[in-house]
Ligand binder design. Structure first.
Ligand code: ADP
Ligand code: MG
Length: 240
């Protein structure tokens, strides 16, 4: 039986008008992201990974094609509805963390709860919710530190805790380990695996082939088209 899908993309294309020419950035991309999976999007620089990710979150719109989130098409929504929808359903993690530099780790998470307005957590529970997320992501001891007082790995954990604030089912991450040393990158990946065990779906972009290989599903782009789509064996199944 097929697992339920959280994202389903059908014949996505993206072209832009540049210097009087139509330039194709993505070409006929179709795929399904099963719920509670680790899904990697990989490919060389300029292959269209970020463009594709931005379409899955509704930050950017496809030129043609359809995207379904849990069986509902997201294309028809207004900008306002789309932004409310994103706030509730998708947590976004960036390569350069993008934390507010004047706020502590905990305050960065509290701000996301404040901005989320999803009603998932009443105001009186925000402090406790933030503490739980700091614990879950392994940075409880850093909670009163500013981003500049934390390592890259700790900052990325804070950014992940912030993305999880309103308990979205889907996390998307664009090169989340691209700015980290290999040890910190490994521990961020381990955190993703831990979140997956809790039922989250994680779509991550990486040009690191080894990291992409450790997903449950992988999509490799080349020049805006799907070069390879695989379902690597589940954890442990390919050990000899
Ligand atoms: N707004 C834009 N204007 C012009 N070219 C763009 C724009 N956005 C993306 N591109 C081009 O589309 C291609 C894919 O970009 P991107 O999705 O950022 O790739 P990746 O994330 O894989 O490095 C690149 O050739 C890039 O230069
Ligand atoms: Mg990119």
């Amino acid at each position: 039986m097929q697992p339920e899908s959280i994202i389903h993309a059908e014949h996505l294309t993206k072209s832009i008008h540049s210097n009087g020419l139509d330039v194709s950035i993505l070409c006929d991309i179709s795929f399904t992201v099963p719920q509670s999976s680790l899904f990697a999007i990989t490919g060389p620089s300029g292959s269209g990974k970020t463009t594709l990710l931005n379409m899955l979150t509704g930050i950017d719109r496809p030129t043609s094609g359809k995207i379904f989130f849990a069986n509902t098409e997201i294309r028809g929504k207004s900008e306002d509805a789309l932004s409310r929808w994103r706030g509730k359903h998708v947590g976004v993690v960036f390569q350069f963390f993008q934390l507010i530099p004047t706020l502590t780790a905990k305050e960065n998470i509290l701000l996301a709860l404040e901005l989320g307005k999803s009603g998932a957590f009443p105001r009186r529970s925000w402090s406790q919710r933030a503490d739980e997320l700091l614990e879950l992501t392994g940075i409880a001891e850093q909670k009163n530190k500013l981003p500049s007082q934390m390592s890259g790995g700790q900052q990325q954990r804070t950014a992940i805790a912030r993305a999880l604030a309103n308990d979205p089912p889907l996390l998307v991450a664009d090169e989340p380990t691209g700015n980290l040393d290999s040890h910190a990158a490994e521990s961020i990946f381990a955190l993703f695996q831990q979140l997956q065990l809790r039922g989250k779906t994680i779509i991550y972009v990486t040009h690191d082939h080894a990291l992409a290989q450790r997903s449950n599903y992988m999509l490799r782009l080349l020049d805006g088209a799907i070069a390879e789509a695989t379902e690597p064996a589940m954890e442990g199944a390919n050990e000899q």
